[in-house]
Ligand binder design. Structure first.
Ligand SMILES: [Zn+2]
Length: 297
């Protein structure tokens, strides 16, 4: 019989080339699946995953990932990926959608979770493993794929956010090295250029594509990270997020800017943060690769 899409290619109907009751050739099947990926999103309701209800530091990840080698099959590979998640009973942890900024990619959005939950649960490692198996990749130099991490905004007071903003503006060189991005010049992740005084009168709002996005009502979004499917690296990113969120709560502005209020001292500011973050093992590993700043014993 002929393909139900192009009506040209001869096909033998079977389970794997059937979609919504019609049989397709590979190309048409992939196109159908991709169209659906973009149009009909899979969105289970958000439900916070947290072992300890008292822990109010809740985050969520958006992971963009692409297929570079077999770009004609992202729809088919995504269907297999989805089937895997379903079989493992972890499909409801994610939203999966097509991403318009990526030619042959998807965006995977997690349910909100605490760092403790994601560390104790094996679902992320399984997921990343399957994505690699399905030929997804994330670290291509030409790629725009990123990892964005959202944090529940209710965790922060306004002074916390001012400190966070200062820290990001001051330490962009270090943050860029931590981020795994190839280029400093990324239109989807722009760093602000403020010091203490120029920031004090500004509203707590930033453009959408800022490295630290304060333009959302329910979350604060950190957009600095290059995408990766490496489990340890992603755990390091999550640890960074928890660490910086707690750090700004517990640290004075004086210390945030490295003791030099007027101009800010990035080296000193970063060093203090690195010392604060010592208890995070994945992050510490990433931080060691970032800088030559000695971690105090
Ligand atoms: Zn066809």
């Amino acid at each position: 019989m002929k393909c139900g899409g192009c009506n040209e290619v001869d096909i033998h109907p079977n389970k794997s080339n059937t979609y919504k009751g019609r049989c397709y050739c590979i190309e048409c099947l992939d196109e159908e699946l991709r169209d659906d990926l973009i149009e009909s999103q899979y969105n289970p309701p958000f439900k916070i995953r947290n072992h300890d209800a008292k822990n109010k530091l809740i985050m969520g990840m958006e992971l963009e990932t692409e297929i570079y080698e077999e770009e004609d099959c992202v729809g088919i590979q995504t269907r297999k990926f989805k089937n895997f998640l379903e079989k493992e009973g972890i499909l409801d942890f994610y939203h999966i959608k097509g991403d318009c900024s990526l030619d042959y990619g998807i965006e995977l959005i997690t349910q909100p979770f605490s760092l403790e939950y994601i560390k104790k649960n094996h679902l992320l490692a399984k997921t990343l493993n399957e994505l690699r198996k399905r030929k997804f990749d994330s670290e291509n130099e030409s790629g725009n794929a990123g990892i964005h991490i959202h944090i529940d905004r209710s965790y922060f007071s306004n002074p916390d956010l001012i400190k966070m903003r200062l820290f990001f503006a001051l330490n962009q060189e270090y943050l860029w090295r931590l981020s795994g991005r190839y280029s400093k010049d990324n239109e989807y992740c722009e760093y602000e250029e403020y010091d203490y005084y120029s920031l004090m009168d500004r509203p707590l709002h930033t453009p959408k594509y800022s490295a630290l996005n304060l333009g959302l009502s329910n979350t604060v979004e950190i957009r600095i990270f290059n995408s990766t499917l490496n489990y340890k690296r992603i755990m390091g990113y999550f640890e960074f997020v928890e660490s910086i969120c707690k750090y700004v709560k517990e640290t004075s502005i004086h210390n945030i800017v490295g003791g030099d209020k007027e101009f800010g001292n990035s080296e000193e500011s970063w060093k203090r943060f690195v010392n604060y973050s010592k208890k995070y093992r994945y992050l510490t590993k990433l931080l060691k690769g970032v800088q030559n700043v000695d971690i105090e014993a």
